[in-house]
Design a protein around this ligand. Structure first.
Ligand SMILES: [Zn+2]
Length: 477
């Protein structure tokens, strides 16, 4: 998955920050060339779940890493089966005793049908300043940024003050069972780290040719389905009885529709409101600030309550403020001349990371009332919001000022899910910040003619070089 962290924020006002900061250091030409080679190799290697293989790409990347000087003992290609392996590389630090930093990207891509695309999706093209091809953005841009830097750091003989681990997963676009879930279950020691920086998310939004915001996902909602079921002895439809499974379920769904979960903010969503306000029109900005400052321990001031009511009309604000549950599937009855014996609905919930699942379940049971069985087919994977580490936030603000002048760093809670879900659940706080710039929606990830700006790849690679060096020992300039 890859989303620019901006779905919440419509373009209404330009950021007004104008920082007096040193210039960025552009990616040297030799590494621009390397980045092009790596991206070409990555896109041209089909890594779809159907006919592709992440192992094939992992092997090619391993060859590059070996040639750059990584010992084979620090390169691991591991996985559940021969076709869908993961790549893990370690750059050894100076042994200061600090815990490693994990960098992450995913190797697999969403399916792409040749017939639907203008050109072969698995042959990269450079057109009007954009690289085009399946995965050019999601997430082979991330693979390229990390591989280019791993090779650069080895060539430069840079020794970080702690180990840097890079993880390239399979299966992120499907169910992660052969990717991050498998790695955590079987090779946890290879990726154990203080925290993770993920290329697969966040991003720099451009508007009117200028950087508008630097997005960083530090939290995500938790996906859980509930099954609702009404049962009834049924009978002949010529003699309806007062109780009826379809009507019972319909009434229960109407009650659920009317139920609204309480507002709960966490550090990330509160900061998202505070900082995101700068990008909004005055009335929306005032509401966002009123909510951020008027919320404490589950209660809202009257002004914040009124602001929540106004902003909740916008679905992405509503989803930011609270757990949401919505009916997504419906089935019932067995014949057109029979009273229904059974009616079922699936209700899909996106829980706030700090909402206990048992409380959500209890709220649904209260809302639907008696006579409806509520079940959870698959237990949810919890995902605590990652704390906004001051040293990381400060560094991002400084670097964003250099590379993307005028773009404030805005942490966000993703409404979808990624490998970060499993890493957070495994105790590794995760921050998704691709640093790849684009106009919102132009990459068309998962869709047709996926593309990424050529310059954005080089800028992101240079940004990650400065970021990782800043976090792992190079003195701040
Ligand atoms: Zn992705």
């Amino acid at each position: 998955m890859r989303t620019l962290a901006t779905t919440l924020l419509s373009v209404t006002a330009a950021a007004s920050l104008s920082a007096q900061t040193p210039a960025a250091s552009p990616l040297p030409v030799a590494y621009q060339r390397l980045a092009r080679e790596v991206l070409t190799e990555a896109v041209n290697t089909n890594t779809t779940a159907s006919v592709g293989s992440t192992t094939a790409l992992a092997n090619k990347l391993r060859t590059r890493l070996l040639a750059a000087g990584y010992p084979s003992s620090d390169i691991h290609i591991v996985g559940a089966d021969a076709k869908n392996r993961n790549l893990i590389v370690r750059l050894r630090g100076s042994g200061s005793g600090k815990k490693a930093i994990l960098l992450a990207a995913h190797l697999d891509v969403v399916e792409a049908k040749r017939a639907d695309w203008k050109e072969d999706p698995f042959v990269i093209r450079l057109e009007n300043g954009f690289f085009m091809g399946r995965g050019a953005s999601d997430d082979k841009s991330g693979v390229t940024v990390l591989i280019t830097n791993l090779i650069r750091w080895k060539r430069e003989k840079w020794t970080p003050d702690r180990d840097i681990i890079a993880l390239f997963t399979a299966d992120e676009e499907t169910d992660a069972t052969r990717g991050i879930q498998w790695v955590i279950a079987h090779e946890r020691k290879l990726i154990d780290a203080e925290y993770c920086l993920n290329t697969d998310g966040g991003g720099v939004e451009l508007a009117n040719g200028k950087p508008r915001m630097f997005g960083m996902e530090a939290s995500e909602k938790v996906f859980v389905d509930f099954g609702l079921e009404a049962v009834n002895p049924g009978g002949h439809s010529s003699r309806p009885r007062p109780d009826n499974a379809i009507y019972q379920l319909a009434h229960a769904l109407t009650r659920l529709e009317a139920y609204t979960f309480p507002v709960k903010l966490n550090e990330v969503s509160r900061t998202q409101l505070e900082r995101g306000a700068a990008l909004q029109a005055a009335d929306t900005a005032a509401d966002m600030r009123a909510i951020a400052s008027g919320y404490a321990n589950g209660t809202l001031t009257a002004a914040a309550e009124a602001a929540v009511t106004r902003l909740s009309r916008e679905p992405s604000f509503n989803a930011l403020f609270r757990t949401t549950c919505v009916a997504t599937l419906l089935e019932g009855g067995h014949a057109d001349n029979a009273l229904p014996q059974r009616a079922r609905a699936t209700v899909n919930c996106r829980m706030l990371p700090n909402d206990p699942p048992a409380e959500v379940e209890a709220a649904i049971k209260r809302a639907v009332g008696d006579g409806i069985a509520v079940s959870i087919p698959y237990p949810p994977v919890p995902s605590a919001a990652s704390p906004l580490r001051p040293e990381l936030m400060a560094l991002l603000e400084r670097l964003s000022g250099q590379y993307f002048p005028g773009a404030p760093v805005i942490p966000s809670m993703s409404l979808g899910a990624s490998d970060g879900l499993y890493l957070r659940n495994a105790g590794i706080p995760t921050y998704s910040l691709s640093a790849v710039a684009g106009v919102d929606g132009e990459s068309n990830e998962h869709g047709l003619n996926e593309k990424v700006r050529e310059k954005s790849i080089y800028d992101a690679a240079a940004f990650w070089n400065d970021m990782v060096k800043g976090l792992a020992g190079r003195p701040l300039m």
